[in-house]
Design a protein around this ligand. Structure first.
Ligand SMILES: [Zn+2]
Length: 488
């Protein structure tokens, strides 16, 4: 029987006793995974469906091969093999006019002497030269998201002289963005990101046209927004937009330069369904919304999106210039903790609903529904809520509710409610259910109210009846009830 190390990615380590690698014995991939989930039962729902099959939003690699392209569960293993679990993570391309491998679009007016000086280090590269620099000037790139990934990508694309850069974002600059979103400065706080980004990028390179697309990208506008661009850089931080961008790129025949980040780890690839797999080939379905925390919940090393966004910009420029080998059919994994890069082969899924010959999906769908998330700003359906004001009154009343803080221990250090609540991180709730009482009302809270709404839903499913969610989380409490508490 072989003894095989299974590499556990950061998002799942909390369910595997904190281990990055677990040694397991078995003869097949299926046996190894069963043994892993027997040792660490909390991993089971993340990896296997109730009938024991590998879940669709998790990929498992034997060495650098997707087991779905081998014999799946039945794939035999030998000593020396390494099994890697690669889950979908949320946190965050050239033109349809250019056929794969086609010559980049050159031509147009001659460069001015100022432009020749600005781009001289590119012009000196035989692989770029005047023709390549003109191709960049004629290129149009859309950045979806101007946050952690979009910020460095936008700076490098503008500096490189990509002629037209479209930006999609609807947020304003917040203080917590500045730890990593290097496009913005402290003076930009409160400004719309698009406005601040445009000013910064035009300041960097006045020869570049910045096209802001304000508002949310959705099924009704994505095709029109993406159509004029040569390539899309996906810098989104949520699954609905990620699938939307993927699907629109496949339908329009555009490359999609993908990047995502989680704590210390990043993923980069180029999805171009004309010559390789798409995001749906890798992950046919998104994970349930309560299974994978976002960067806002889990944190991210500030420089990580800088590295991943710069890798995305590199791929975008290579594609626009038609040089080198793009990351088509390859998933690059970057671990800042061990400072290591690994590469996994991505195969086109012959059953892909979107990009295979058997495709059944011919247009865009409702991505919020597909990903099982409520529209932004909507109340959580079916989750009983309590406002900060109501909670303040209830805590002063005859039968105060029991507070349950479902945040992570690191967040507890930042701010806490004064009445020493029970602290159970959301991921441990099911296992630690016995610590909860059914005799008193429970009020659950997290940072902003989203995680605790999921946690309330879980408790209701487990038969709890007297449980409510603090609307807006501890941040709303800090803003409305206790101004001494920090908002984060
Ligand atoms: Zn596909």
């Amino acid at each position: 029987m072989a003894r095989i190390p299974i590499k556990v990615p950061t998002p799942l380590r909390g369910f595997a006793g904190g281990h990055a690698e677990v040694l397991v014995e078995g003869e097949t991939v299926g046996a190894l995974l069963r043994s892993l989930t027997e040792t660490h039962p909390a991993l089971r729902r993340h990896l296997l469906s109730p009938d024991g099959a590998l879940r669709n939003f998790v990929s498992v690699y034997l060495n650098d091969k997707d087991v779905r392209t081998l014999a799946r569960d039945q794939t035999a293993v030998r000593d020396g093999d390494v099994l890697s679990i690669v889950p979908a993570i949320a946190g965050g391309a050239p033109s349809g006019t250019m056929a794969p491998g086609a010559t980049p679009r050159e031509g147009g007016r001659a460069f001015t002497s100022e432009e020749l000086r600005r781009y001289s280090r590119h012009l000196l590269l035989p692989e770029v030269g005047v023709a390549g620099q003109k191709a960049l000037r004629n290129a149009k790139v859309l950045l979806v998201g101007t946050g952690g990934l979009g910020a460095p990508a936008a700076l490098y694309l503008a500096a490189a002289g990509v002629g037209t850069i479209g930006l999609v974002d609807l947020d304003a600059v917040e203080l917590s963005n500045l730890q990593r979103q290097v496009l913005y400065s402290t003076a930009d706080l409160g400004r719309p990101k698009l406005e601040a980004a445009r000013e910064r990028l035009e300041g960097l390179n006045p020869g570049v046209t910045i096209v802001p697309h304000a508002g949310r990208l959705d099924s009704t506008n994505a095709m029109e927004v993406l159509r004029p661009y040569d390539l899309v850089v996906d810098g989104t931080d949520n699954f609905p937009t990620r699938y939307l961008v993927n699907d629109a790129c496949v339908l329009l025949g555009k490359p999609n330069v993908y990047g995502s980040i989680y704590r210390f780890e990043g993923q980069v690839s180029v999805f171009d369904a004309r010559r390789g797999p798409c995001y749906r080939c890798l992950y046919p379905e998104p994970p349930p919304p309560d299974l994978v925390p976002s960067c806002a919940e889990a944190g991210v090393l500030g420089v990580l999106p800088g590295v991943v966004g710069a890798l995305q910009a590199t791929e975008a420029i290579k594609i626009l210039l038609g040089l080198g080998e793009p990351l088509v059919g390859r998933l690059l994994l970057y671990d800042a903790g061990t400072m290591s890069f690994r590469e996994l082969a991505l195969a086109k899924n012959p059953e892909c609903v979107l990009c295979s010959p058997k495709a059944t999906q011919k247009g865009l769908v409702d991505y919020l529904q597909f990903c099982g998330v409520a529209p932004p700003g909507a109340a959580s359906p079916g989750v009983p809520e309590i406002t900060p004001e109501e909670l303040r009154d209830a805590l002063a009343g005859e039968e105060p509710p029991l507070l349950v803080d479902v945040r992570e221990p690191e967040e507890w250090e930042i701010s806490q409610l004064s009445r020493a609540p029970l602290t159970i991180p959301k991921g441990e709730l099911t296992e630690r259910m016995s610590e909860l009482t059914r005799a008193r009302e429970l009020v659950l809270y997290c940072r902003s109210g989203a995680r605790s709404a999921d946690a309330v839903r879980t408790l209701l499913e487990l038969g709890f009846t007297n449980v409510r969610n603090l609307r807006g989380g501890i941040n709303a409490w800090a803003e409305r009830i206790d101004p001494n508490l920090p908002v984060y």
